[in-house]
Design a protein around this ligand. Structure first.
Ligand code: ATP
Ligand code: MG
Length: 273
């Protein structure tokens, strides 16, 4: 089970996040990035965070620790920002939290280097879960002491928004041409050879068991939380076997071009000195 903590203090909003995540302190004195059950995106975003975050971790990728955060809406009463106050009021109960990585900076393809091996693993993983939110515009990766950390898995597994069409949706290819790591020559074949055999039914059962029960309640077409957990397993299991054959990567991405332009400029400047 994910560690459970209770929010004791709302510190500040993380303004760049579209879902208005907030920085909170909890009763274990830890600081967490909290995503609210009452946010517009709904509970499925939180389920996606848990399933994909825990799956990535088990595949050896770096993901900050995940927790559930109990919230008593009372802590929002003194919050001056109306929007934040509304969010806190509507998010009583269990929310999603992630260890706050202090001193981490946002990944920048022009400033950081990633090996084809690591890029391959991340692109393959994103293809597996159909992550549409790791583009060069919004990389959703952090860098700390040279290490790359994956965050923000809310926009994955699009099939869970329409269960009757899930199988067909999960059979679709993955367009990685805009992926933040596309310029690093991701070796997706080696990644698939190493990681796909790890994505077993047992592993996926373990990961989906981490989804807090209240987020699974009352899903139309499902009689129990466990039935819904199994529905999360199926598309991922099917996709793991063959998705590497359906990853679309363009030869030269826009960032690559930017880097080349920048490189040319640097060479010119050196020449002018
Ligand atoms: N674990 C973390 N440690 C440190 N900073 C973080 C962490 N998680 C998120 N952040 C910061 O908060 C920002 C917003 O977080 P996140 O991307 O998860 O939210 P979001 O609302 O889903 O964002 P969006 O939809 O805009 O991509 C990140 O870009 C990052 O700067
Ligand atoms: Mg984000």
């Amino acid at each position: 089970m994910l560690k459970e903590v209770s929010a004791t203090r709302y510190i500040s909003p993380l303004r760049e996040g579209g879902s208005l995540p907030g920085l909170v302190e909890a009763d274990d004195l830890g600081m967490y990035v909290m995503k609210f059950s009452g946010a517009g995106q709904g509970r499925k975003t939180l389920i996606a965070e848990v399933v994909c975050g825990e799956l990535a971790r088990r595949l050896g990728l770096r993901v900050p620790g995940l927790v559930t955060i109990g919230l008593d809406p009372v802590i929002g009463l003194g919050e001056p920002d109306q929007e934040v106050q509304e969010l806190l009021k509507s998010s009583g109960g269990l929310n999603f939290g992630m260890d706050f990585l202090s001193r981490a900076i946002g990944f920048d393809a022009l400033a950081h280097r990633v090996s084809p091996e690591e890029a391959g693993k991340i692109v393959w993983f994103d293809a597996l879960v159909n992550n549409v939110d790791r583009s060069w515009r919004n990389p959703n990766m952090l860098v700390r002491q040279g290490d790359l950390w994956l965050i923000d898995h809310g926009a994955t597994m699009i099939w869970h928004h329409n269960w009757p069409g899930a199988q067909a949706s999960a059979a679709r290819p993955y367009d990685a041409s805009d992926h933040a790591l596309a310029p690093f020559g991701p070796d997706v074949d080696s990644a698939a050879a190493e990681l796909a055999p790890l994505v077993t039914e047992e592993l996926l059962a373990e990961v989906t068991a981490e989804i807090p029960e209240p987020w699974l309640a009352d899903e139309p077409g499902f009689d129990s939380a466990d039935e819904l957990r199994r529905a999360y397993v199926r598309p991922l299991l099917a996709r793991a076997a063959t998705i590497h054959e359906r990853i679309e990567l363009s030869e030269i991405s826009e960032i690559h071009q930017t880097r080349e332009i920048q490189g040319t400029r640097e060479i010119r400047e050196e020449g002018a000195e």
